[in-house]
Design a protein around this ligand. Sequence first.
Ligand SMILES: C[S@@+](CC[C@H](N)C(=O)[O-])C[C@H]1O[C@@H](n2cnc3c(N)ncnc32)[C@H](O)[C@@H]1O
Length: 362
Amino acid sequence: MANTNTALHAANRNKKDEFYTQLSDIEKELSHYREYFKDKIVLCNCDDPYESNFFKYFALNFNALGLKKLMATCYDGSPISGLELPLFFELEENTSPKKVAYKVEITEIPDLDGNGATDLSDVQLLLQSDNNIMQPLKGNGDFRSAECIELLKQADIVVTNPPFSLFREYVAQLVKYDKKFLIIGNTGAFSYKEIFPLFKDNKIRTGYTNFNVGMFFYIPDSYEQYHHLENGRKVARVASSCWYTNLPVSKHNEELICIKHYTPEDYPRYDNYDAIDVCPYNEIPYDYEGEMGVPITFLDKLNPEQFEIVGSSLELANPMVGKFPEGTFVKGGPSFYIPDTENPGMHKRLYNRVVIKFRKKQ
Ligand SMILES: C[S@@+](CC[C@H](N)C(=O)[O-])C[C@H]1O[C@@H](n2cnc3c(N)ncnc32)[C@H](O)[C@@H]1O
């Protein structure tokens, strides 16, 4: 009989989680948060210091940011992890170097060029300092393992690009341990039942990078689909990547200027929920006091002081049976519907909506 854990592990490894973030994308986003890193302990889990540009970014900027400590853990499931480790560890016979999970802890970066912004990100050089350590982990480096959780508890801010397939669990763990975070995810996660309530409670927000342009990631050679090659390395574009954080992001304090006046003709009402549909979001009428459904990507613009989130169509939509353009009666799913103006008597199903309303001015 197949060992369930082994099978699960294998299945997890088959998920396409190996997307390595470019240094330029990290620099672009991180430049907005410099003040929050002074005297802080940063953890980059799900990261291989030899490959990760997150580790590189913090090593390069360790002194300039005034970090107290940089920690990184490497998962043994990564196809590239641990390839250089035999330099440091006595591996057991027959152990593939790829199977080593380890941690690195940096508390000192020698200021070689004397200006606080050393270009030193070479792990091997960093480890020449007695204050910096690299050690194999007992387990596989899973962010959920007890030893990785112990590191998480020490950390002030977690910064990484976690495995897409485990995003829900990853965020839940950060929330459980009450950690500041700055991580990359997919905009599809806005609607997850574990993530959406965090937006509602203002415990998560999107970062600065405009997600409409997509982000480029290095991927392993074994992945068939890619966008282009860069120095022989495959690069993929993920159109819907964005940054998620609970650090302050100034755009979420900006008031959205609403200039349109409400008229019943311009804003259809849902068939299966008592709210009006506003699409695109920049047509939010300034004088409508009730509930309004806007595309879920509005969360990237949300100013929680200006708007209250009521819920999402996934949770609010009432069941409905209606007539659709195909001509048959179909049961409505957890979506909002509006009358289909091109097919009188029929209904049109809408993409997921977030229902908001203006907060009352004090
Ligand atoms: C999206 S990649 C990002 C890698 C790196 N943080 C970067 O951006 O360059 C996610 C990484 O998490 C690793 N990973 C997958 N499952 C994991 C787990 N359960 N615990 C820790 N890391 C895991 C993958 O092997 C992969 O290298």
